[in-house]
Design a protein around this ligand. Sequence first.
Ligand code: NDP
Ligand code: 8X3
Length: 259
Amino acid sequence: MSAPLILITGATSGFGEATARRFAAEGWRVIITGRRKERLDALQRELEGLHGTMDRHDRVHCLHFDVRDHDAVVHALAALPKEWQEIDVLVNNAGLAAGLDPIQDGRLDDWERMLDTNVKGLLYVSRAVIPGMIARGRGHIINIGSTAGKEVYPKGNVYCASKHAVDALSKGMRQDLLPHGIKVTQICPGLAETEFSVVRFHGDEQKAKAPYQGLTPLKGEDIANLAWFAATLPAHVCVNDLVVTPTAQASSMVVHRQA
Ligand code: NDP
Ligand code: 8X3
């Protein structure tokens, strides 16, 4: 029997990259996806090296697409070689925040990027993967939500709306996929230092540092550990929802910072 197979969207950075490393280190086969092909190629080389030379080319598969492009998503998944089609775990992780502005100043392009990626992209990938899981009568979908999907904070407006949608979709998926033996888990992180903040502030490194000042934020490995925990529980156990923050954070607005 071959090793279990996980597909992770947004594996070129942050949570997705750490999750790929974690599962590959545990002997799983991983499909890594994202837009930055050179990063996917480098990660593939690194992960293939983990287990020596035996079967190294059967360990990691790269799919290079933008989750907002429905045709690209459908084509990439339909074109998977047969041995890469039976996906056991799908991690819907690709996503972003763009901007932190009051609603009246929001940029249309930021809103569209967030809604198209965080909501529609998650739906496109899920819609392409779920039929195979149903046919096999098993599978696990892990959606990366956010504390921003549990509460709304000032200027978070559209990002929070997109993550509230992920919260609703996680519940809806769990209900609809229940008869098919498919687990659905949502992981909702708080402040985590990845490339997230640099993307949110359109590349402004100084502004991007501010949310993490005076506290120890979560890091990619913390979320990878939770995904590993959720994915390796017995068949009859499904973690529905994991909300996880740095110890110094009680909610989006209640954060204890050292001077
Ligand atoms: P990063 O910016 O480090 O990683 C984001 C990943 O998403 C990258 O691999 C990026 O790949 C991918 N991605 C973004 N847009 C697209 C797209 N259109 N098509 C395909 N892939 C895309 O951020 P994080 O690791 O922090 O974020 C991962 C998820 O976690 C997101 O959904 C985010 O909202 C969520 N989150 C983050 C928190 C944080 O504080 N960091 C807290 C709570 C949730 P590429 O650019 O190569 O396409
Ligand atoms: C990311 C966490 O607080 O920046 O989802 O919205 S926050």
